[in-house]
Design a protein around this ligand. Structure first.
Ligand code: G3P
Length: 215
């Protein structure tokens, strides 16, 4: 399972990259707005740190604007993935970019048929938002399972990127459901390596060793 970090914060990206298991980065307009920083400059900085896929989202909602913005983003670095909304215009742009060999990430996916359509258009990634479905009393993980089944039925190569991941339990369930990738806030990446019994056990090992051998 690939692990992406879901942030536009450079410090968090550097810390996650230093862990040695980071495969990519996703950004979106809300995340870059939090940084109050030029989007193109930040994408350039991110691509200098992470060599895996870096998703760069367009803010246009119409096909022509998406194409213009996406082409500019794609020129930033070879690992840029153009992020498009799962709308009819986004689908059209996805098909054109795919035909041109430019990778895409179709975001804001909330139902299985959006995932089916974007796979047909050649999307590299589809981003089902699990946390936001849970927020409205639906089952985000059920969407991952349905997309997995549909893609496996037909052999679609589009990767399922679980997004809107809020906590470690989401990560366990995503891995069991067969999500290809999860994009995760830095706070949750850190939680993935934590357990109180690890801390207690380590403390005891070191105390026992010190008692026996000093130091
Ligand atoms: O990857 C999408 C993510 O940024 C949305 O997460 O927590 O705002 O629903 P959230």
């Amino acid at each position: 399972m690939d692990l992406y970090i879901d942030t536009a914060n450079l410090d968090e990206i550097k810390q996650a990259a230093d862990m040695g298991v980071l495969d990519g980065v996703t950004t979106n307009p809300s995340l870059i707005a939090k940084e109050k920083y030029d989007y193109v400059k930040r994408l350039t900085e991110i691509c200098a740190i992470v060599k895996g896929p870096v998703s760069a989202e367009v803010i246009s909602t119409e096909y022509a604007g998406m194409m213009e913005e996406g082409r500019k983003h794609a020129k930033i670095a070879p690992n840029i993935v153009v992020k498009l909304p799962s709308t009819i215009d986004g689908l059209r742009a996805c098909k054109t970019f795919s035909d041109e060999g430019i990778k895409t990430n179709l975001t804001l996916c909330f139902q299985p048929l959006q995932a089916l359509m974007v796979a047909k258009a050649g999307a590299f990634l589809v981003s089902p938002f699990i946390g936001r479905l849970d927020d409205v009393a639906e089952d985000g993980m059920d969407l991952i399972r349905k997309i997995r089944a549909i893609y496996d039925n037909y052999g679609y190569k589009t990767k399922i990127l679980a997004a809107s991941v809020r906590h470690p339990k989401h990560m366990v369930e995503c891995a069991l459901a067969g999500a290809d990738v999860a994009t995760v806030p830095f706070s949750v990446i850190k939680q993935m390596m934590g357990h109180p019994l690890t801390d207690v056990g380590l403390k005891k090992f070191l105390e026992d060793y010190k008692k026996a051998f000093g130091g």
